[in-house]
Each structure stands twice: as C-alpha cells, then as structure tokens.
Design a protein around this ligand. Sequence first.
Ligand SMILES: [Zn+2]
Length: 136
Amino acid sequence: MNSVLLTKLLEAGTPPELVGEVAMALARAEAAQDALTRFREKDLAHTKAYRARRGLPDSGWHSLVGAVIERDGFVCTYCGKNLAKGRYAVDHIVPLGRGGTNDLNNLTMACIGCNSSKRDRLLGTEWTPPKDRLPK
Ligand SMILES: [Zn+2]
C-alpha cells in the first residue's frame, strides 16, 4: 500500500519516529475509508431492497424525485411545511398497494410527519391532511 512512500521517506532521511507517525496516520485514514465504503455498500443494498419491495425503478427514480422537487419545491404538499432544511419524502398520493403508480402525477412532496401519518391510506376519504390542504 503505502510502503513505497514510507521507504522513500526513510531513504530521504526522515526521522524514523516521524515515519512511524505517518504510517499510523495512513493506517487510520485507510480504516476510515474502509468503514465509509462498508457503510455505503450497506446503504446501497438497503436502498435496492426498498426499491425492489415497492416496485420502484432502480434507475430513473432519482430523476423522478428531481422532477417532483422541481414541480413542488421543498414544501410539504399536505401541510405546507418548508422542507428545505429537513428531511422529506416523496409520497405516492394513491399508495402503490392501492393501485397507485410511480407516475409523476401520483407523486408529491411530503414532510416525514404527513408521510408517516398518511401511510397507505387514500387521500380525502381515509386520510385528511392537516389544515385540509389538498394537492393541486
Ligand atoms: Zn406535512
């Protein structure tokens, strides 16, 4: 790995204790990089499994989310909450399990609160948004 660099430092007359510190720092950086890689792989696997469960397209989902954000802005359609600085969800207005699709017209911006409160219920009949706001 970095043994070539460490050898060069020693050959250049760098004090061995300094080379030792460089070696330790490099090892820590490598361990951090490995941990990050493992986290990203786990995250990616989680995302793939979630999409598979919900029948979401593996590719194209990001551009769909981008189109929803472009259309709705960072505002919860249901309660009007500003989502620019917090977490948000893209909600299926008609839930997938109730015959809804991944079509742009069936997707809307929602805050985590509205999204988890609505769950797989139908808008208007089974679930009413706070303040009676209905998506346009
Ligand atoms: Zn909301």
